[in-house]
Design a protein around this ligand. Structure first.
Ligand code: AMP
Ligand code: TRP
Length: 325
């Protein structure tokens, strides 16, 4: 039997943080290594054009993101790693999906509302129709599952809605996808555990390529709660609970195991151990660098394979719509 397909992507918009890693990228690697799926992990460069950017930086951002994929353990022999813009049929499919997308569905999207608030001087149509392009990325390749952080679940519900709508209108063409979430699908900011870790609050982010000294400093100064007991309580002790989540995800130890280990000890010891764990876990991101030439060749070869798949799907779509092929 054919293996189910997994698709996910990350936007090349700057440095990745621990939320991206524990919510998404680490899971990409586990899914790849399970051998149970056909894996597609692309660079969402078309999506990244929806917020202000410097064209001189874009290629560097794309290469850096591929570097992070490879440092995390993605293997181009096992997974298809390409840039969205080099397999651009998704944009064509997104156009078609736009024509069956009710505007009201787009207006509900929290990511759109948040980003429109953050970038008041550049609320562009691409930002608004972003979910149609994301849906196209996914259903183009018949993805059964999409590993992402919790903030993307609403976009996946949109994806299911739009594929159902297409199938009902034009005949069975797309499968309905499902999200795959990790236990840390919503990592919180280190300096404000009420907010999710996000590039828009850089001080609360542990960046994957932070120096050991920066990692130590950020963890040691992470906001914790009054009291001194290392105990999980997301309601009343969100700071220490977030750090416990990080500790647990990086060591694969259960939270109760960690609580036991620190019984009678204070936050200081716990934080200093966690800093060491994070410094070690993130080492590959500081040291493993792949040359730009090698990355270009990985992306180029994978884009060709992706294009072959998308061309076949677009043929079917155009037939269903009564367009010429
Ligand atoms: P972004 O950097 O927003 O493009 O996100 C890339 C991936 O990381 C997506 O799958 C997000 O859902 C995930 N992600 C972003 N922030 C977090 C967070 N704070 N906790 C868990 N996952 C996250
Ligand atoms: N919207 C995702 C994010 O902001 C990136 C993305 C674009 C994506 N297309 C996708 C993720 C398809 C999964 C599948 O993180």
């Amino acid at each position: 039997m054919k293996k189910p397909t997994i698709v996910s992507g990350i936007q090349p918009t700057g440095r990745l943080h621990l939320g991206n890693y524990l919510g998404a990228l680490k899971n990409f690697v586990a899914l790849q290594d399970s051998g149970e799926y056909n894996c597609i992990f692309f660079i969402a460069d078309f999506h990244s054009l929806t917020i202000d950017f410097d064209p001189k930086q874009k290629q560097r951002q794309i290469f850096d993101l591929v570097n992070a994929y490879l440092a995390a353990g993605l293997n181009p022999k096992k997974s298809l790693i390409f840039a969205q813009s080099q397999a651009p049929d998704c944009a064509e499919l997104a156009w078609i999906l736009n024509t069956i997308t009710p505007i009201g569905e787009l207006e509900r999207m929290t990511q759109y509302k948040d980003k429109a608030k953050e970038n008041k001087e550049n609320i562009n149509a691409g930002l608004f129709t972003y979910p149609a392009l994301m849906a196209a990325d996914i259903i183009m390749y018949d993805a059964a599952f999409v590993p992402v952080g919790e903030d993307q679940v609403q976009h996946l519900e949109f994806t299911r809605m739009i594929s159902r709508k297409f199938n009902n209108k034009f005949g069975q063409t797309f499968i309905e996808t499902k999200p795959l979430l990790t236990k840390t699908a919503r990592l919180m900011s280190l300096n404000d555990p009420e907010k999710k870790m996000s590039k828009s609050i850089p001080n609360g982010c542990l960046f994957l390529d932070d120096s050991p000294a920066e990692i130590e400093k950020k963890i040691k100064t992470a906001v914790t709660d009054s009291g001194s007991e290392v105990k999980y309580d997301a309601q009343n002790k969100p700071g220490i609970s977030n750090l416990l989540d990080i500790y647990s995800a990086l060591t694969e130890k259960s939270v109760s195991e960690i609580e036991n280990k620190y019984k009678g000890k204070n936050y200081g010891q716990f934080k200093s151990d966690l800093a060491k764990i994070a410094v070690d876990a993130l080492e590959p991101f500081r040291t493993n660098k792949t040359s730009d030439a090698k990355i270009k060749s990985i992306l180029g070869a994978a884009a060709k394979k992706a294009q072959k798949m998308s061309a076949a799907k677009m043929k079917e779509v155009k037939n269903k719509l009564g367009l010429l092929n």
